[in-house]
Design a protein around this ligand. Structure first.
Ligand SMILES: Cc1cc2nc3c(=O)[nH]c(=O)nc-3n(C[C@H](O)[C@H](O)[C@H](O)COP(=O)(O)OP(=O)(O)OC[C@H]3O[C@@H](n4cnc5c(N)ncnc54)[C@H](O)[C@@H]3O)c2cc1C
Length: 386
């Protein structure tokens, strides 16, 4: 891949930056609850009105249809100006909508896609269950066909933002076959029989939930891909979930290292314009080199995806490295911040909170063990462990 930006790419980058600088909200994003939902949907709406909603969605579905390089430029500028995370809009934009585009009927696309882009609805993902996380095909929540409805009974867990969501991408068991007994449907979160209970995380937020279903009636018209075809649809969802949003991460990490270098200089003093403390200076230099490695992995992934049409199993190397790097960097931030670094109070996402949060990055959307398994078997060609 030629990493030199063409004049058209440079112009595009400048256009993106100018729009973001003018439109990124000034207010602090509320940390959770209905206020966060309102904030995230308003930001989504502003992107829609500016023509920047669904940047990776095809134009025929109202998206911007950006190339991979353009998406990378968008995400880099997005992180560089400190734009807010997509938050409660992530599932709908990054995998609910793209799954519908790939697998749903025309009626379903018309019913669900426009409201996502306009920032009118929040989606959540009902895949994981107690006993079905890494082993997703172990889903046991039952869906029984009754007339033109699916009657759903069971439990999901770790459902991000279920308490704030309007719709859910729901994976249920409608047959006995391990893979061909699964069905993917859009569930209305206001349907009678749904009980959502929030889980308090160690950083003090409530964005994870348990969801209980007691004979919840889901119209068969909401089943995507057909009864018993849920595994194929779910694999498509996971492919999109692990998609291109990571492009912003290396920029966010680079910003963090520069910020830490400033704070460390103030705290430990400076010699010849650099941090005076040898140990801290060495750790910062390592961090900067690791962020550069992360950037190289990101670009390699984009090159591969442009060439082959998908990031391939090598994408797991980037994901594993990023998850571990995030933990190392926030651990460094807490050390450099001293007393302030450990602060957990207030609404702003402090380093202490982000350090606690970083532990989730080696679990969510595929644990580090699973990434290592993919790297071992599919990249290195080693035999499977089990
Ligand atoms: C912040 C966060 C948000 C999440 N949001 C959602 C959401 O919105 N919707 C949703 O459906 N789920 C969500 N999840 C759940 C997430 O997908 C699961 O936690 C994840 O898939 C792991 O499943 P598990 O928790 O059941 O752990 P398990 O699969 O039970 O794993 C337990 C341990 O065993 C290891 N292990 C398991 N299988 C293997 C193997 N084959 N080889 C080696 N080691 C293995 C794992 O690495 C782990 O260390 C979220 C999780 C987090 C942390």
């Amino acid at each position: 891949m030629d990493l030199t930006l063409s004049p058209a790419d440079q112009a595009f980058r400048d256009e993106v930056r100018a729009w973001l600088v003018d439109n990124v909200p000034d207010e602090t994003r509320p940390p959770d609850g209905p206020a966060m939902r309102t904030f995230d949907l308003a930001w989504q709406r502003r992107q829609y009105e500016g023509g920047w909603a669904g940047i990776a969605w095809p134009t025929e579905y109202g998206g911007r249809g950006l190339t991979l390089v353009e998406q990378m430029l968008w995400f880099e500028q997005y992180a560089a100006v400190g734009a807010p995370p997509p938050g409660v809009c992530f599932v709908a934009n990054n995998h609910g909508g793209p799954t519908l585009i790939a697998k749903a009927s025309d009626d379903q696309k018309q019913a669900y896609l426009p409201e996502i882009l306009r920032g009118e609805v929040v989606w959540c993902q009902g895949f994981s269950e107690p006993g079905a996380g890494s082993d997703l095909a172990g889903v046991r929540t039952r869906g029984v066909v009754d007339g033109d409805e699916l009657v759903v009974t069971g439990q999901k867990i770790w459902t991000s933002y279920a308490d704030l969501a309007d719709r859910q991408e729901l994976l249920v068991r409608t047959g006995d076959g391990r893979h061909d007994g699964l069905t993917w449907a859009v569930c209305d979160m206001a349907a009678p029989g749904i009980d959502v209970r929030t889980i308090r995380t160690m950083e003090g937020h409530h964005d994870l939930c348990e969801v209980f279903y007691d004979e919840v009636r889901v119209p068969l018209s909401s089943v995507v891909g057909g009864l018993g075809k849920g595994w194929e649809v779910a694999m498509s969802t996971l492919g999109f979930e692990r998609g291109t949003a990571f492009m912003a991460d290396q920029v966010e990490m680079a910003r963090l290292v520069e910020e830490l270098t400033e704070v460390a200089g103030d705290r430990f003093g400076r010699v010849n314009g650099t941090v005076a403390d040898d140990e801290v200076r060495r750790r910062l230099a390592t961090a900067r080199a690791e962020v550069a490695a992360m950037r190289a992995l990101t670009y390699a992934g984009i090159t591969r995806a442009e060439r082959d049409g998908n990031p391939g199993p090598q994408g797991s190397i980037t994901r594993l490295y990023l998850a571990l790097l995030r933990q190392r960097l926030f651990s460094l931030a807490v050390d450099i911040g001293g007393h302030d670094g450990l602060a957990l109070g207030g609404d702003d996402p402090t380093w202490g909170r982000r350090w606690l949060r970083s532990f989730a990055s080696t679990i969510g959307s595929g644990t580090s063990d699973i990434q290592r398994e993919i790297i071992g078997t599919r990249v290195l060609g080693l035999p499977k462990t089990a």
